[in-house]
Design a protein around this ligand. Structure first.
Ligand SMILES: [Zn+2]
Ligand SMILES: [Zn+2]
Length: 325
């Protein structure tokens, strides 16, 4: 089941309109402005319109991503409490809209260490779950481990799940860009299968409820989160071929969080990336559409080799086109 993270600018239904144009089977959205703490309550008409359109598209397993302001691991107690309240509200918004999964990065320990941070996330989730709607699955996302963010090792989320009561309502979202950046070598079929085996051992594949399918602009183990188009980064095509051809994941939402925009040939990049995934699913090798020169990934250790000016430019480009989710 394929989907994409689509914009709700101008209204929640805009994401569904675009999903329909792309012939997707599901969608990922923010249910609110993700850069503000305050969110207006959803209007009953907006809820009804969203539900009506989702039903007519037969979208059952929709996904939402939480606000980037939320940090369930924060050492600043007032910020953590605010995060718990805000995250709970987001779960209820999902419930109102008929969205099944709410994905979160969990949070960052801010220098206090991973053990302390993981304990704070478990405590936060216990509070969240105590007042959560029964029909939404909270999904912890595997992260790139940038800065002090948690969840870049499968052991992290295994530990949190263990420490949370009523963990039945917790799932995992596996992001291919993030796992590579975190150091799991998924550059080959065998490596991808080994990664899934490791996931199964630590967490259990039954908890894998959502995929984020993104290639990575940064190399294996870089711990830097930069998405790029499928097949154009350090992940390469093999990992995607394994995931989309695995029958166990047939009905698992697979969400693109790759850069938006239109390729030189006039097609949207979402349409191109979808075609690549569907070609892989049929067991064929897709032809890749060339990237614009300035977004190509130079397969060298970018940090050391790129001149400063080039680096700054590419960082700016990332900001413009990358969904940092
Ligand atoms: Zn990301
Ligand atoms: Zn993601």
């Amino acid at each position: 089941m394929y989907g994409s993270h689509l914009s709700i600018a101008g209204g929640l239904n805009n994401a569904l309109d675009e999903a329909a144009r792309l012939k997707l089977e599901t969608v990922q959205v923010f249910t609110r402005n993700q850069q503000q703490w305050q969110a207006k309550e959803l209007e009953p008409q907006a809820i009804a319109a969203f539900r009506r359109q989702a039903a007519s598209l037969h979208f059952k397993d929709m996904v939402a991503h939480d606000s980037y302001l939320i940090n369930l691991a924060s050492g600043d107690e007032s910020l953590r409490q605010k995060s718990i309240a805000s995250f709970s509200q987001e779960l209820w918004r999902c419930s109102q809209l008929g969205i099944k999964y709410l994905v979160t990065h969990g949070g960052s320990h801010g220098g206090d260490g991973e053990e302390v941070g993981l304990a704070r996330i478990a405590d936060s989730l216990n509070k969240v779950i105590a007042q959560a709607p029964p029909d939404v699955v909270l999904c912890l996302e595997t992260t790139a481990g940038q800065g002090a963010s948690l969840g870049w090792r499968f052991e992290h989320w295994a530990q949190v799940i263990k420490a949370v009561g009523h963990a039945a309502s917790i799932g995992i979202c596996l992001d291919t860009c993030h796992v590579l950046a975190a150091g799991y070598d998924i550059t080959t079929r065998r490596g991808t299968e080994a990664m899934l085996g490791e996931f199964d051992r630590h967490i259990g594949l039954e908890r894998l409820r959502v995929f984020h399918l993104n290639d990575s602009r940064r190399e294996l183990g870089s711990r830097v989160d930069r998405h790029t188009h499928i097949g154009h980064g350090y992940v390469g095509l093999d990992a995607f071929a394994v995931i989309v051809r695995d029958g166990r994941f047939k009905s698992t939402p697979k969400i693109l969080e790759t850069p938006k925009g239109v390729a030189p040939d006039g097609q949207t990049w979402d349409a191109i990336n979808l075609r690549v995934l569907k070609t892989l699913e049929r067991g064929k090798r897709p032809a890749l559409v060339a990237l614009p020169e300035d977004t190509k990934v130079a397969k060298v250790a970018i940090k050391e080799k790129a001149p400063l000016r080039g680096r700054k430019k590419s960082a700016r480009n990332d900001k413009k086109v990358t969904v940092k989710a």
